[in-house]
Design a binder for this molecule. Structure first.
Ligand code: PHE
Length: 441
């Protein structure tokens, strides 16, 4: 029997998990969603959900992965509950949809890199964004991004990934801090901080309910939860690792980078007189391009920034692709290389409408995040909380000393997580039906 390869070092595992978590979700999606969802109240609900739901579900995936040492489909078979593998199928479906538009946004990033290398980010940041995000160039760069993902995945998961993250994460943090400091000197900064950081207590409760599905979807998306990515990464993990400590580090870094991205985006938007929700999917691109156009050596800094963002997007995209490929290989018994090529073509095709029209991007994004990922997380939590509880606690305990947290975690996974996710799911479905009727019918 094969001995399953394990991560060479603890840092290797954490970096790969952080590589999956940190990506367009933090730097592109988080600020624009916050802007569309009212600012500070959204931030608060999001942070609460990261702790209350995100961290426990991350541990659920870690426990299933390390216990089974399998990908999501093999995992349930190995643990003796093959019927649950439909949870893996939902994850794979989510992966197809998410990657299809993730790759489109990745294509925008490549276009910004190319623009930086060839002179600059246009004269008007908004016009420049709109020309990036529509038309044939958007489709072509989407194809390029998808080819990069498939090409690198076909060569095997480890080598590049682990090493890239070592440089990537610190560089992204340094650049974001620098930009946030620069943003703080702008005339719109104090209005921006007010909007982003101080929730209006009077409307907090009604706002909280309204933003619940969006905040939950974002918590799952940004932590790569609900589709088996973290489960797969933990399947390579040795028994001596402390899952709780590792998940704390991953959640901490991911959350810090998202908060920083908001501190960068809002001062620029406010200073330019763009309403926070108005930038939409272009928020980060528009605000940063303006900054880079103004700053001394801005084109150089901007190019470095977009290269880093591209690498961060690629390492997240790999992790999604990897899960989809394993699912297809496992279910249809095809070889890795033809499976990778075929899946890349399918995902590219599914993504074309989102490259041509941002309304489709919203439609895909809402469906995959607020519905499929939440559903996936709900199923995984029900499995751990109600079917596999005793073994799960035992697994969490490995590599740790204190045992009280395990009891607390299991109760959370049994009751709190399913209750919150069910409510969220119901709200998300209602909202989605309204969105589709309002937009397409
Ligand atoms: N977490 C990634 C990001 O923030 C996106 C992602 C979602 C990756 C789901 C894997 C699974 O960009």
């Amino acid at each position: 029997m094969d001995v399953r390869e394990t991560w060479a070092t603890r840092v290797g595992f954490i970096l790969a998990a952080v590589g999956s978590a940190v990506g367009l979700g933090n730097i592109w999606r988080f600020p624009f969603l916050t802007g569309e969802s009212g600012g500070a109240a959204f931030l608060l609900v999001y942070l609460l959900l990261v702790l209350l739901i995100g961290l426990p579900v991350l541990l659920v995936e870690f426990v299933i992965g390390r216990r089974s040492k399998q990908n999501p489909i093999g995992a349930f078979r190995k643990l003796g509950h093959p019927a649950w593998k439909f949870a893996g199928a939902i994850g794979a479906l989510a992966g197809f949809i998410i990657l299809s538009y993730y790759s489109v946004v990745g294509g925008w990033v490549i276009q910004y890199v190319v623009a930086g290398l060839t002179g600059g980010f246009g004269t008007d940041a908004e016009t420049f964004f709109l020309s990036t995000a529509s038309g044939t160039n958007a489709v072509l760069y989407h194809a390029l991004f998808m080819s990069l993902v498939a090409g690198i995945v076909a060569l095997g998961i480890r080598n590049g990934l682990e090493k890239a993250a070592t440089v990537l994460v610190p560089t992204v943090v340094i650049l974001l801090v620098g930009l946030a400091v620069y943003g703080s000197t702008l005339s719109g900064a104090s209005a921006a901080y007010d909007y982003y950081l101080s929730p209006d207590m009077g409307t907090l409760v009604s706002d909280a309910i309204a933003v619940l599905p969006a905040a939950a979807g974002q918590a799952f998306f940004t932590l790569s939860l609900g589709m088996g990515v973290m489960l797969t990464y933990a399947s390579y993990l040795g028994e001596d690792r402390n899952l709780l400590a590792d998940s704390g580090i991953i959640v901490g870094i991911d959350t810090a980078i998202a908060i920083l991205a908001g501190l960068v985006v809002f001062p620029f938007l406010f200073t330019q007189g763009i309403a926070p929700g108005e930038g939409g999917a272009g928020a980060i691109f528009i605000s940063l391009a303006t900054a880079f156009n103004e700053l001394p050596a801005g084109t150089v800094i901007g190019t470095v920034f977009f290269i880093m963002l591209l690498l961060a997007a690629l390492s997240s995209a790999f992790s999604i692709f990897e899960v989809v490929v394993s699912f297809v290989i496992d279910t249809f018994d095809i070889d890795r290389v033809p499976a990778s090529v075929g899946i890349a073509v399918v995902i590219f095709t599914i993504g074309i409408p989102t490259a041509l029209d941002l309304t489709y991007l919203d439609a895909y994004d809402l469906f995959a995040n607020n519905i499929l990922l939440i559903l996936g997380g709900l199923l995984l939590s029900l499995f751990i909380g109600w079917v596999y509880a005793a073994d799960a606690r035992d697994e969490l305990q490995k590599g740790r000393t204190g045992s009280r947290f395990g009891v607390f975690w299991l109760q959370t996974v049994r009751y709190v997580v399913p209750a919150v996710l069910l409510i969220t799911l119901a709200l998300a479905v209602i909202e989605y039906v309204e969105f589709i009727q309002g937009t397409f019918l």
